[in-house]
Design a protein around this ligand. Structure first.
Ligand SMILES: NC(=O)c1ccc[n+]([C@@H]2O[C@H](COP(=O)([O-])OP(=O)(O)OC[C@H]3O[C@@H](n4cnc5c(N)ncnc54)[C@H](OP(=O)(O)O)[C@@H]3O)[C@@H](O)[C@H]2O)c1
Length: 323
């Protein structure tokens, strides 16, 4: 049994597609999944670099990498009745450090769902973490409603390209901010307007919006005073003291206009994403695909911070790798 592990923190070279790893046994509420593919998220890079405080990231080294996956159910715990052996699934683990990029993984059945019928396993693996983040940021944090306007900063990457499409599914009007080479791309995804951040940074736009989703996350709520007006809701993606403080206040009911999305894997939202996808309303874009044995290359691609959509790792036989 092989797994993508690292024995020390560091650059992408610490990643090993290591043989001889223990074969997992599913618990009563888990399924055992033969993994076809898994996407790389910026958090995988941060975990591998060891930048999280020990309070959050307690798992010892050596440890496994990867937060989301697509594959086939090959066994199930005795309490799992709604998934069966042979089902194609996709999902994300809620375990902070992840560890699902391996040949076989035992995962809580509530953290996976039937995969979209219209996608290949590589495409399905691109969806879970990034699309759940987009959905939960716009629907739950921002309460985005049909007819409202949303400004999405960082609209061409993993979360952003789903955010543009999810916002359209929710009936909103989208202004997408991205690099010059991606202006046409975000418009093809459904954005009514695209802005090059090299010419006009998002926080310099003259209009106001009902929602600002700062996917790139380098800014803070106060930077968007003009775009938020008196009623707009701001959502950031990066946990740092200022955003954690704002989200803590929001959860205590002390203000709901400054939010931090904290993605959560659950069957209900994965099912909703599958419905959007199979109805042709949402589509993942895969910018690069690499074998698990070439994971370092994939991680370096994500580290560029200029992916168009997602980067996916895959088992042999799932498609041709990006050169
Ligand atoms: N809190 C949570 O639960 C949660 C969940 C998921 C992700 N996140 C965080 O959300 C952030 C985005 O994740 P992701 O997967 O979308 O990352 P990503 O795919 O690496 O994002 C890359 C995108 O960022 C854009 N970008 C680069 N420089 C920019 C700038 N100066 N201004 C605006 N956009 C810029 C790039 O656009 P161009 O190529 O067009 O320049 C590229 O499309 C990460 O920090 C991640 O850790 C948090």
């Amino acid at each position: 049994m092989r797994a993508l592990i690292y024995r020390e923190f560091g650059s992408a070279e610490v990643l090993e597609w290591a043989d001889g790893q223990p074969t997992p046994v599913p618990g009563p509420d888990q399924v055992l999944v033969k993994v076809a593919a898994g996407s790389i998220n910026p958090k995988d890079v941060l975990l591998r670099k060891g930048i999280f405080p020990r309070m959050l990231d307690r798992e010892k080294l050596p440890r496994g990498s990867g937060l989301d996956l697509a594959g086939t159910v090959v066994a199930r715990g005795h309490r799992v009745t709604d998934l069966k052996v042979g089902d194609q699934v996709f999902g994300m683990t809620n375990r902070f450090a992840g560890g699902v990029h391996r040949e076989l993984v035992a995962i809580d059945a509530t953290q996976v769902a039937l995969a979209p019928k219209t996608l290949t396993p590589v495409e399905a693996a691109a969806v879970p973490l990034a699309a759940l983040t987009a959905l939960q940021a716009l629907r739950d944090c921002a309460g985005l409603k049909p007819g409202q306007s949303v400004l999405i900063n960082g609209a061409s990457g993993g979360v952003g390209h789903f955010a543009v499409q999810v916002a359209r599914c929710l009936g909103a009007e989208v202004t997408a901010v991205c690099g010059a080479r991606n202006l046409e791309f975000v418009q093809q995804l459904g954005a009514q307007r695209a802005v090059d951040y090299g010419e006009t940074p998002a926080w310099e736009l003259p209009e106001t919006f009902d929602v600002v989703f700062d996917v790139f996350g380098a800014g803070r709520c106060g930077d968007y005073r003009r775009q938020l007006g008196r009623k707009g809701i701001y959502v950031n993606t990066i946990p740092k003291p200022v955003t954690l403080w704002a989200e803590g206040r929001a959860r205590l009911g002390l203000g709901r206009r400054n939010r931090l999305v904290i993605v959560n894997s659950n069957r209900r939202d994965l099912n909703l994403l599958r419905l959007y996808i199979d109805a042709g309303r949402l589509k993942p874009v895969v910018d690069g695909q690499y074998l698990f044995s070439d994971a370092a290359q994939g991680h370096r691609h994500v580290e560029s911070r200029h992916t168009r959509g997602k980067v996916v790792l895959m088992a042999p036989g799932q498609g041709s790798a990006t050169s």
